[in-house]
Design a protein around this ligand. Structure first.
Ligand code: ACM
Ligand code: ZN
Length: 494
């Protein structure tokens, strides 16, 4: 039988429940003894009984039933399943800034993720190459920020044509509603203070130098970031948050904080004055202060901020209202952060970045990943992990088919770890289940990567290296990947 994620307890009984048309389903909420997302599924001669700790639990019972129906088309085995997830945060991320995906495409990915019980969709909406959110109060953010003059991400993609896309508020509301129906929380990301070329392109006064720049056409880390010494910056940040919060009703709100070089701040009289006025030792602390200010603002709206772990470098991040997303493992304080009992979301680039080639982040590595076994983590630290998330950065993912075939089947393995907590030991069985669900996704028009890629046989590995994502490997085609490796080698310092 093929189920992803694997239920905690499953007893197959002898006999089959035969039905015509739809099975008879009884649903009950049992708050007293099931966890919120926990459920029990019983199939016997009376039909199907789904008991959930809440509506969510009942929903996950229905998802399991749906998977069983894929397995046993037309009849169902007598079975008893008792199940609940290890992690409350089971996330996937899509970057719609570097390359844009339509609402229909996003919905197809959501459908596939819902089938594997993901419950957080982190939507990366703003970055150097495109501001994809429709803003009313600062309209140039969309008018100027959503357009770049070309796309020059690699030798494979050097297109001298305008690339202009954004989501209207109605489209985003539609995505949020679609996710609600699948018990998925949509977490927007407004990445600050770095990765903000598009904001500066729209309103140059938001940068330290105040010079006009254009939205970027290539990937990378850029030195022009928001000027913290300028009071206008905070006004714009609040305005974007206000408008995003009208659409996204999530508990969490991602404020980025990654890859923000301090080059401009160091030379900016306003930023220097701000640092001194606040009595801060250095510019990393100034970033920590900014993240805390924005976190506080989000708190007034009942939200918890998420920051990439770069924001820990100042050592002054407010632990009470912020969750940290660990993407770079080396030389940062994320483990200490969790060991002190603070919220951590594990998104280690190795093995969870799905834009890396299969040969680097293989299906097997993801399947065998155990977040609670990260080096240095104490018991308190392990218990502070909210869950895991797998990002799809899209510098080198240009189309829906490419996106889908990078994500799947690797997101099957992410779903498995997110639900079971890791320590997964049945990889052979998982491979046959993977093939089964690749076929199901094909019927849903969500293509998976080629079998040779995810199977990762040694011979294939060599050819994959030479042909990353069916493209010839060049320094440019893996620039994003190499950049992150370099960043990691340098200890994450800009
Ligand atoms: C990141 O990959 N810059 C979070
Ligand atoms: Zn400045």
């Amino acid at each position: 039988m093929h189920l992803i994620p694997t239920p905690r307890k499953l007893e197959l009984k002898s006999g089959f429940y035969n039905f015509e048309g739809e099975p008879k389903i009884t649903k009950e909420i049992k708050r007293s003894f099931l966890t919120d997302e926990g459920y029990r599924l019983t199939i016997d001669e009376n039909g199907v009984l789904i008991e959930g700790g809440s509506e969510k639990g009942v929903y996950y019972g229905e998802v399991t039933l749906k998977q069983l129906m894929f397995n046993y088309r037309g009849l169902l085995p007598y079975i008893y399943i008792s199940d609940e997830p290890e992690f409350s945060y089971r996330g996937f991320m899509i970057d719609s800034s570097r390359h844009f995906f339509t609402v229909e495409e996003i919905k197809k990915i959501i459908d596939a993720c819902a089938l594997f019980k993901f419950n957080k969709f982190h939507f990366h909406l703003t970055d150097d190459q495109g501001f994809r959110f429709q803003m009313k109060d600062y309209p140039l953010l969309t008018e100027i920020g959503s357009k770049r003059s070309a796309s020059e991400f690699s030798r494979d993609e050097n297109i001298q044509e305008e690339y202009a896309h954004f989501y209207t508020k109605d489209e985003l509301k539609e995505i949020v509603k679609y996710c609600h129906e699948r018990y998925i929380e949509v977490i927007p990301e407004f990445d600050i203070p770095g990765h903000t070329t598009t904001l500066i392109a729209a309103y140059p006064e938001l940068s330290c130098r105040g010079e006009k720049i254009e939205p970027k056409t290539k990937g990378g880390i850029f030195e022009d970031i928001l000027c913290v010494g300028n009071p206008e910056t905070e006004k714009v940040i609040h305005a974007v948050i206000d408008e995003m919060c009208e659409i996204f009703d999530s508990k969490y709100f991602h404020i980025g904080g990654d890859e923000a070089p301090k080059t401009r701040w160091v030379e900016c009289p306003k930023c220097r004055a701000k640092k001194d006025e606040l009595g801060l030792k250095n510019f990393q602390e100034l970033q920590g202060w900014l993240m805390n200010e924005v976190s506080e603002y989000l708190k007034t709206k009942g939200k918890t901020a998420i920051c990439w772990n770069d924001a820990l470098k100042g050592g002054n991040l407010d632990s009470k209202n912020t969750a940290v997303a660990l993407w770079l493992e080396k030389n940062n304080n994320s483990i200490e952060w969790a060991n002190a009992g603070n919220k951590l979301i594990v998104e280690c680039n190795l093995p969870l970045y799905i834009d890396y080639p299969y040969v680097v982040n293989s299906l097997e590595k993801i399947y065998k990943f155990s977040p609670k076994k990260l080096k240095g983590l104490t018991e308190v630290g392990a218990n502070s992990i909210l869950g895991i998330e797998s990002p799809a950065w899209t510098e080198h993912i240009k189309s829906f088919n490419e996106l889908s075939s990078m994500c799947f089947p690797r997101w099957f393995a992410v779903a498995e770890v997110a639900w079971t907590g890791g320590e997964n030991k049945a990889y052979k069985q998982f491979l046959s289940t993977t093939q089964f669900f690749c076929d199901i996704l094909r019927e849903m028009k969500v293509p998976s990567g080629a079998k040779e890629e995810w199977l990762g046989t040694p011979q294939k590995k060599i050819s994959q290296l030479l042909n990353y994502g069916r493209r010839t490997i060049t320094p440019e085609s893996v620039a994003g990947f190499l950049r992150i490796q370099k960043n990691e080698l340098l200890g994450g310092d800009e």
